[in-house]
Write a protein that binds this ligand. Structure first.
Ligand code: B12
Ligand code: SF4
Length: 460
């Protein structure tokens, strides 16, 4: 028989996150969709944000669903809770479950705050299938990996084992999404691995996937990319935490691209302590046109405190090597890390200018649930000053450090963008490399917002 299942990415609503113009398909839901429809379930994936659906339209789309799953991040959390309650009121037959990083780490609170039937913790494919099967035959009480109501109490069922071999799961069901609505039109993302073995205190990644790095085989990733290129995509972003963590796999992927003469441009993530000349050369030969690195801070003490696992020497060495290639590089920095004071933040901005990546991204330190920073915030002498999840977007400070108030951090954030981008040498290079269009695309709204703010607040 099978169930009617709807998977929803909730609308951003009026929160700050909408201003960031995030335009990326919810691949986690597309993975679950692909997995579920291998059984005889009928699945739809609704990206209410990109489709700009209002509440009535969403309710209309799910009024016959037997099972509804809603994904959550911090800025979409309130919206997901509101939607859950509306769906439970309008379609009383539907079982509604919440998943994604925010619900995973706030499972109890989710069930206290909403009418949801359960929260799926962590990886969703097998748990969601198990929920569907259990609903057909009985109750949810034995499903692993969920937090569920039992009468008046909330019970955290045992964790579910992670999927051993990611090649076993089908490619994300992009056909269930309106892919034409995401931009840029010829670009899309691929997730070639899950999890990260590092333990940076501000990142939920390692706890989400139990500190394990699992990668798909080079061949499996190649197959998905080849399929996408066949569908007309000419640009692919590897969205993993660290695409080059498994170097052997990266080389194998490059070999497959070359052997099959697959023509496309692509970019990926890396760590400064994982690059070497051989790898860079090879990636460059097979169309890689962008590398993203988390650099975070110019202070070795801070890098140690946040458990980044590398030093400033490794940062500068990596960028020295990178200068031999014409890869556009993006380096990401954090403002408002524990112990940050005006000197340290100024040093971070100076480091950005010194290593001079093609693009710099500055984020304000934001303690997300599931991070060591969130769990032990007092130990790091940080205080959350803004109690509103919709503001947890990395672009507006929600904390203060012992030396910098929330308002100070905002000024430094604006200043960082201004000082990095408004430099004659930077602008000359961007024009020479014909990168102005690109500069203005992925982080254009953040930069524009930062410039407007910097000018308005005279905080340059
Ligand atoms: C790539 C990425 C992005 C990409 C795109 C993601 C995409 N296309 O799906 C972009 C750039 C768009 C992005 C944006 C943001 N991101 Co992001 N992102 C990531 C990253 C690095 C990988 C995500 C990924 O693809 N994982 C692999 C897929 C398969 O997993 P998944 O999407 O999480 O889905 C699985 C499970 O979570 C679960 N699941 C998810 N939803 C649901 C729903 C149901 C019903 C069920 C049953 C299960 C389930 O099942 C899925 C399949 O196994 C993660 C870090 C990480 N390693 O997870 C951060 C991460 C998810 N992002 C994070 C954040 C903060 C954001 C932003 C809020 C940042 C901002 N500036 O505002 C936005 C929010 C956007 C939004 N839509 O709400 C945080 C989330 C923390 C939190 N509590 O919110 C993370 C964990 C990083 C961190 N700082 O720790 N992100
Ligand atoms: S910030 Fe990067 S390296 Fe650190 S834990 Fe997260 S994904 Fe891993």
């Amino acid at each position: 028989m099978g169930l009617d299942i709807a998977l929803i990415h909730p609308p951003f609503g009026k929160g700050d996150v909408r201003k960031l113009d995030i335009c990326s398909p919810p691949l986690g839901l597309a993975y679950i969709g692909a997995f579920l429809r291998q059984s005889d379930h009928r699945v739809s994936v609704i990206d209410a944000e990109i489709e700009r659906l209002n509440k009535a339209q969403i309710l209309d789309r799910v009024n016959k669903a037997d099972l509804v799953g809603i994904t959550t991040t911090a800025p979409t959390y309130n919206s997901a809770i509101e939607l859950t309650n509306l769906i439970k009121q309008s379609n009383t037959n539907a079982t509604v479950v919440l998943g994604g990083p925010q619900a995973t780490f706030l499972d109890h609170e989710c069930l206290e705050r909403s009418a949801a039937d359960a929260v799926v913790r962590g990886e969703g494919e097998r748990t969601m299938l198990d929920i569907a099967t259990s609903l057909e035959s009985g109750t949810l009480q034995d499903v692993e990996g969920i937090t569920v109501r039992e009468g008046e109490t909330i019970v955290r069922n045992p964790d579910r084992k992670l999927i051993d071999d990611l090649d076993d799961i089908p490619f994300p069901a992009r056909d269930l999404l309106h892919m034409e609505k995401y931009s840029p039109a010829n670009s899309t993302g691929v997730i070639s691995s899950r999890g990260c073995p590092f333990k940076c205190i501000f990142c939920a990644s390692s706890k989400l996937y139990d500190k394990k790095f699992r990668s798909r085989s080079a061949h499996n990733v190649y197959e998905e990319v080849a399929q996408l290129v066949g569908q007309g995509y000419s640009n692919v972003t590897m969205l993993d935490d660290n695409f080059i963590l498994n170097k052997e796999r990266a080389f194998k992927f490059a070999d497959l691209v070359e052997k099959n003469n697959l023509k496309f441009e692509w970019s990926c993530t890396g760590r400064v302590d994982f690059i070497d000349e051989d790898l860079l050369c090879r990636l460059h030969e097979v169309g890689c046109n962008g590398l993203f690195f988390g650099v975070e801070s110019a202070s070795n003490d801070t890098l140690k405190l946040i458990k980044k696992g590398f030093t400033t020497d490794q940062i500068t060495n990596a960028f020295d090597v990178l200068k031999n290639y014409d890869f556009p590089t993006t380096a990401s920095f954090m403002i408002g890390l524990p112990g940050d004071d005006p000197v340290k933040v100024a040093d971070t901005i100076n480091l950005a200018k010194q290593i001079n990546p093609d693009f710099a991204m500055f984020s304000v330190t934001t303690p997300y649930p599931g991070t060591e920073l969130y769990d032990n915030i007092d130990d790091y002498d940080l205080e959350i000053t803004i109690d509103d999840w919709t503001k947890f977007t990395l672009t507006k400070p929600v904390v203060r450090t012992s030396a910098l108030s929330t308002a100070d951090l905002h000024r430094w954030f604006l200043r960082a963008y201004f000082h990095f981008y408004v430099r004659a040498s930077y602008l000359r290079r961007a024009v020479a490399k014909k990168q102005m269009g690109f500069v203005l695309s992925p982080i254009k709204n953040t930069i524009a917002d930062a410039f407007r703010g910097a000018i308005a607040q005279h905080s340059i």
